[in-house]
Design a protein. Structure first.
Length: 271
């Protein structure tokens, strides 16, 4: 029963993310402008974020009217079914605003508080990543069929390629820049894509050895965290904790723990 339910949830999540991704890719107006701001004047929302979230919630609620929702752009419904959808309709809004390709649609389904399905669609890559808890992680793209995902074999930390992101509040991003400066000499290099969902999927794909960021929300990581874990990566927050707004860390086994320890030593989770 649960397996059948999870398959149905996955199919719906893939449809919703695919449709929203197509809307964002094909419907982006040439004169796209900021609709409003959030935490700071540079933390922006566009009309397309709002339209994509409405598309997703309308589609899912039409099929499953008793489910709950938590969405970045305001969707908040308790629901009565035990299923809650956690949605980031456009992860990487600033990239999208500037016409950069690294952005994604993230759709996850929770059952009784645990993420059981995750889908991240990255339309400008032509790739979609998905996972069901206990069923591995998979992707579709330019290749034929579905490809099983697996994180990279762990390199020594000084050969690890790690990605991060920066907050939109000036004081926080300044602190984060200081942490990154201390990490750079200890790693192969650092990347910054602008999309947490894409970074987590890149850990799953073996394109990154690790990823960390402070200040994320549930919708930023719900789908990508499951995909990374199902591909064999380890994820968490501060030592012994789950990913949270304080800190999210993901990495191939062998990179995750030393990276997490360094981030704790460097105070990556506070100002």
């Amino acid at each position: 029963m649960t397996d059948a339910l999870h398959r149905d949830l996955l199919a719906l999540a893939r449809e919703a993310a695919g449709r929203a991704g197509a809307l964002l890719r094909d419907g982006r107006p040439a004169d796209l402008a900021v609709a409003r701001t959030k935490s700071s004047p540079i933390d922006v929302v566009t009309e397309m974020d709002i339209a994509a979230e409405k598309l997703i919630t309308d589609l899912i609620s039409g099929r499953r009217p008793h489910d709950g929702f938590l969405g970045e752009e305001g969707a908040s419904v308790e629901g009565t079914s035990g299923i809650r959808w956690v949605i980031d309709p456009l992860d990487g809004t600033v990239n999208y605003l500037y016409g950069l390709p690294t952005w994604a649609v993230s759709v996850a389904a929770e059952q009784d508080g645990e993420t059981v399905v995750g889908v991240v669609a990255a339309p400008m890559r032509g790739e979609t990543y998905h996972a069901v808890r206990g069923g591995g992680a998979w992707a579709t793209g330019a290749w034929e069929g579905e490809r099983a995902l697996a994180c990279r074999p762990a390199p020594p930390l000084d050969q690890a390629l790690v990605s991060t992101g920066f907050n939109y509040v000036t004081e926080v991003r300044t602190h984060q820049a200081g942490v990154a400066a201390r990490l750079v000499p200890l790693l192969r290099d650092i990347r910054r894509s602008g999309s947490a969902a894409v970074d987590l999927c890149d850990v799953a794909c073996g394109r990154l050895d690790g990823y960390y960021e402070r200040g994320l929300h549930a919708w930023d990581v719900a789908a990508g965290d499951l995909i990374a874990r199902e591909a064999g990566a380890l994820t968490g927050g501060r030592p012994g904790e789950r990913p949270s707004g304080d800190l999210t860390v993901a990495g191939t086994p062998g990179v995750f723990e030393p990276l997490q320890r360094l981030l704790e030593d460097f105070g990556a989770w506070h100002d």
